[in-house]
Design a protein around this ligand. Structure first.
Ligand SMILES: [Zn+2]
Length: 333
């Protein structure tokens, strides 16, 4: 069965000198061809679908703000243009197309390559370059259509505060985030959800954490998290800004590290969820590393060989063992 993808590049959602720029996708499409994945149509999400996560007042306020665009709506800075409302609905819609195709069994797995990204957008607030929370809307779609438990894993360099906020009290969803500690948005400490140990799992990492650290996290945290929650569907917030050479963060992953993480998640989905997994693009601000990272995900999804571009970090990796042990102890993993 096929791997599918949706592509929503939103060329008019653009702001001068902003890192979340359409050129992020410049090298993406040529890299996709070799995987033979099936392209799905994306149509805009409906308001009631978005409203499963976001307050109707936020949706209305955003529509109004976009009409006045281009304008900044928060300090990150997050921008909107006159096309951004439609672009954000389409990014949600592309994520929904991938999720529905995987749930119906018409494709094996999928990757939503969409922008604007989503994981910082909270139920009542758009922020952090994100308008609507694409992956949260997709999780709610799955839960509204017979799925009992959805796990979201987020390896973007930043904490997905919006996704965490959406599911903080929802026992049908679990959220695990690895992120650099001390950068935007400032949330995601490991003791942040004492009422939801094992279900809301944060792994805040020191700058310079790289491939070895993430391999340990995949084995010692991802595995028991999935075993404990027993999801029927896995969604992944795939951000490639955890690459060591990303312009806005200082983690230490390479493209081989992204492949290792993605393969682990695909294998976990095969073992626990009949292969049902959807990756959703979040950040990643260097077009080369974004394209290499996406290729690593497609290699994992399609079970084709990963061609390593040989971009290991030149810096010495920070030892994050102490934090990994604290997270395991806190959660009882
Ligand atoms: Zn990010």
């Amino acid at each position: 069965m096929n791997t599918a993808y949706a592509l929503v590049p939103s060329p008019s959602h653009v702001y001068p000198d902003h890192p979340e720029h359409p050129s992020r996708f410049d090298l993406l499409t040529t890299r996709l061809d070799s995987f033979g994945a099936q392209k799905l149509d994306a149509k805009p999400a409906r308001r009631d679908e978005v409203a499963r996560v976001h307050h109707p007042d936020l949706i209305t306020a955003l529509e109004k703000a976009c009409k006045q665009g281009p304008v900044l709506i928060d300090y990150a800075p997050t921008f909107v243009t006159q096309s951004s409302f439609e672009d954000a609905l389409l990014a949600c819609g592309g994520t929904l197309s991938c999720t529905r195709a995987v749930l119906s069994g018409s494709v094996r797995n999928a990757f939503a390559l969409v922008r604007p990204p989503g994981h910082h957008a909270e139920p009542n607030r758009s922020m952090g370059f994100c308008i609507f929370n694409n992956i949260a809307v997709a999780a709610r779609e799955a839960l509204a259509n017979g799925i009992q438990r959805v796990a979201i894993l987020d390896y973007d360099a930043h904490h997905g505060n919006g996704t965490q906020a959406a599911f903080m009290e929802d026992e049908q969803a679990a959220y695990l985030s690895t992120h650099q500690w001390g950068i935007y948005p400032g949330t995601g400490w490991y003791e942040e959800a004492p009422h939801a140990k094992q279900r809301i799992v944060n792994v805040p990492l020191p700058a310079g954490s790289g491939d070895k650290t993430y391999e340990r996290i995949a084995n010692e945290i991802f595995v028991p998290f999935i075993q404990a929650f027993k999801p029927e569907l896995i969604l992944v917030s795939a951000g490639f800004d955890a690459h060591w050479n990303d312009p806005i963060t200082t983690l230490g992953l390479s493209s081989a590290g992204f492949y290792m993480l993605s393969k682990k998640l695909v294998d976990l989905a095969e073992e626990h969820c009949r292969g049902k997994i959807v990756f959703v693009l979040e950040g990643g601000y260097n077009p080369t590393h974004l394209a290499n990272g996406a290729a690593a995900v497609f290699a994992a999804l399609t079970d084709k060989p990963f061609i390593d571009p040989g971009d290991a970090s030149p810096r010495k990796e920070t030892d994050a063992s102490e934090m990994i042990e604290k997270v395991c102890e806190w959660n009882g993993f």
